[in-house]
Write a protein that binds this ligand. Structure first.
Ligand code: ATP
Ligand code: PRP
Ligand code: MG
Length: 284
């Protein structure tokens, strides 16, 4: 059995499980379940705190895990990123009361509260700055109001928590994070494993299905080159004859977030019957 860690709670939990289901793996139905065996795919899933996952994978006790890039780097575990999953995006940043800090050099000698001390210490060391790092479990924004710290370093998603506390983002971002699949450094050297290859292919398939849509349209042969340059597809678009002289049907994958712009331009080119469909799964 391949042993994979999945977040059991928090921001990454639901979407990790959902992505694995889309990739064809069995997942727990009850949030109290701690282990689930997927016999068909030869995988055992362990539901663990995302902060602990890098530790288990780094020690070699588990083969792979889903966690946040920020949590992986903060842990200092012997594990490496294998695949970025495109959800759980956040930025890791410093914040302070307005007017107190401008750039990273202003952090020298300050008290910085964070739940990610490894990440913060590494960043300060990189910039040659000495400051006091205070490790808190959560709700670090409150540390400034209570006088425990001058600055915080925390995950920012929408920025709503900071605004609500009257704090502002200061200095450059420390890290851009998202959910990632990790494997142990030792494991990375042991060579091919068909179950890891299968997982990677399947997750990549889900990522592509999420990022692309299938676009189909009819266009006059005289306009085909212009149309194809807008919708080059992956290998090349499928061009089929149409039962109308001088016209063809085109089918190609296009990035989901560009769909409307491409449809408008195709329409202006004279393309008609422009249809978008979702992709459920794919192997490129
Ligand atoms: N709004 C967010 N708040 C916290 N973490 C987030 C957010 N959006 C994305 N993440 C990512 O989720 C991971 C942290 O998840 P984790 O479960 O440890 O904390 P959490 O979601 O704050 O849960 P809790 O505080 O209840 O333990 C990190 O990789 C972080 O970058
Ligand atoms: O930018 P935002 O969208 O506001 O999200 C970021 C906030 O959410 C998280 O806190 P959480 O609710 O997990 O509480 P915690 O500090 O106790 O972990 C994180 O620690 C930030 O405080
Ligand atoms: Mg939290």
């Amino acid at each position: 059995m391949l042993r994979i860690a999945v977040p059991n709670k928090g921001s990454l939990s639901e979407r990790s499980t959902q992505m694995l289901v889309e990739a064809g793996y069995s997942q727990r139905r009850d949030p109290k379940e701690l282990v689930l065996t997927d016999t068909e795919n030869e995988v055992e899933f362990f539901y663990l705190r995302p902060r602990d996952i890098a530790v288990y994978v780094g020690s070699g006790d588990l083969d792979l895990g889903v966690t946040g890039r920020d949590l992986l780097l903060d842990s200092g575990a012997d594990a490496v990123e294998m695949l970025a999953l495109g959800f759980g995006r956040s930025t890791f940043r410093f914040a302070a009361r307005p007017g107190t800090v401008e750039s990273v050099t202003d952090l020298a000698g300050r008290r910085i509260a964070t739940s990610y001390p490894g990440l913060v210490r590494a960043h300060l060391a990189e910039h040659g700055i000495t400051a006091e790092v205070i490790r808190l479990d959560g709700a670090v924004e409150t540390a400034i109001r209570l006088g425990v710290a001058d600055v915080i370093a925390d995950v920012v998603e929408t920025g709503a928590t900071l605004r609500q506390q009257g704090l502002e983002i200061v200095a450059e971002p420390i890290l851009r994070s998202e959910a990632v699949v990790i494997r142990g450094k030792g494991r990375a050297e042991t060579g091919a494993d068909h179950r890891i290859d299968q997982l990677t292919r399947r997750l990549n398939g889900v990522l592509v299905a999420r990022r692309y849509v299938m676009l189909a349209y009819d266009v006059e042969l005289a306009r085909l080159d212009d149309a194809v340059s807008l919708t080059p597809g992956i290998e090349g678009p499928t061009i089929s004859p149409l039962h109308k002289d001088g016209w063809v049907a085109v089918q190609a994958m296009v990035p989901r977030d560009e769909t409307n712009r491409i449809m408008d331009t195709l329409y202006d080119l004279g393309a008609r019957a422009i249809i978008v469909t979702s992709i459920h799964a794919c192997r490129l």
